[in-house]
Design a protein around this ligand. Structure first.
Ligand code: FMN
Length: 302
């Protein structure tokens, strides 16, 4: 029997459209204790940088009603460690590994991408949207020109397809999405976290050392849905919907407004089985609705 959840994203086959969001799934090891990672459509790595990073000092996480504010600051073991130690295991999984790449300046982004040319990672997620680092990150993702400039250079140095991850912290996400498309991105993912802050009134202090941090989780779902709808109406490349997805209905809503795949983030912390439950829910939906392929519902609300 054919698999109704099978899909392709920028020509890359996914066994289902459900993937995990960068920074909420490590490199998969911890979650492999709960279920077989090969069940996932894809797995997105923690944000990788040229050099290893310890991340931000001070408090890094703060819970809000239906949300989580984080200020991790791209803690990661560095690109060389990924290539030599982590990739040999990830490449054995039939799910699509997406390597999320960040940098503090243009050179560090491009050198990280060059080093990834040594391995056959199927898809790169270029993170131009991290709100938690002082240099680089979101700075590249807030204007069409800087987003296009970095995307074009990334496409030129990388032998892998580049999907660009967009920030919601802009007034016109559509112009940035179109600029990335024109610069050669094969796909887009959105949204990264929404800039936020928290105050500890009892200690009369701001919670995060960097003052501002990034909000995500179910609280942001309607905003992410709106932005995915706007971007899918405007571009011809595929989109991964990210932001607050908690249920199979949320995943389906993202696909109805045009997303090809979706990423599950904060919900992994609340329920490690959530991506699997979303896959099951989508499978049952296809069966009940008599859909031969989930692609039949993609974009029906555009
Ligand atoms: C603790 C934490 C760490 C994150 N780290 C990264 C990262 O390294 N790179 C990145 O592109 N996004 C990162 N994100 C953003 C998520 O990938 C995702 O875009 C965002 O959380 C929205 O999805 P969600 O509401 O389902 O969590 C992080 C999010 C959280 C909560």
């Amino acid at each position: 029997m054919s698999n109704p959840l099978a899909t392709t994203f920028a020509g890359i086959p996914f066994k289902n459209p459900v993937t995990t969001a960068s920074g909420t799934f490590g490199f998969g090891d911890e979650y492999a204790n709960f279920y077989d990672l090969t069940e996932l459509g894809g797995l997105c790595t923690k944000g990788l940088t040229l050099e290893p990073r310890l991340g931000n000092k001070g408090q890094r996480l703060y819970e809000t009603p239906s949300g989580l504010i984080n200020s991790i600051g791209l803690e990661n073991p560095g690109i060389d460690h990924f290539v030599e130690r982590i990739w040999p295991h990830l490449k054995t999984l039939p799910s699509v590994t997406i390597a999320n790449v960040s940098g503090s300046d243009e050179n560090s982004y491009l050198e990280a991408l060059r080093r990834l040319n040594a391995i056959d990672v199927p898809l790169i997620e270029l993170n131009i949207s991290c709100p938690n680092v002082k240099a680089g990150g979101m700075a590249y993702g807030t204007s069409p020109d800087s987003a296009a400039n970095l995307t074009a250079k990334a496409v030129a140095v990388s032998r892998h397809p580049i999907m660009v991850k967009l920030t919601p912290n802009v007034s016109d996400i559509v112009s940035i999405a179109k600029a990335c498309e024109e610069a050669g991105a094969v796909g887009l993912s959105l949204i990264n976290t929404i800039q936020a802050m928290a105050v500890d009134v009892h200690q009369k202090k701001i919670v995060f050392d960097n003052i501002y941090a990034g909000l995500s989780g179910p609280a942001v779902f309607p905003i992410a849905l709106r932005m995915v709808h706007q971007v899918c109406k405007a571009v011809d490349i595929p989109v991964m919907g990210v932001g607050g997805i908690a249920t199979w209905e949320d995943a389906l809503a993202m696909m109805m407004v045009g997303a090809t795949c979706i990423q599950v983030g904060v919900m992994n912390f609340i329920d490690p089985y959530r991506p699997i439950k979303i896959i099951e829910g989508l499978k049952n939906y296809c069966e009940e609705e008599g859909l031969k392929s989930i692609e039949e519902i993609r974009g029906i609300l555009l």
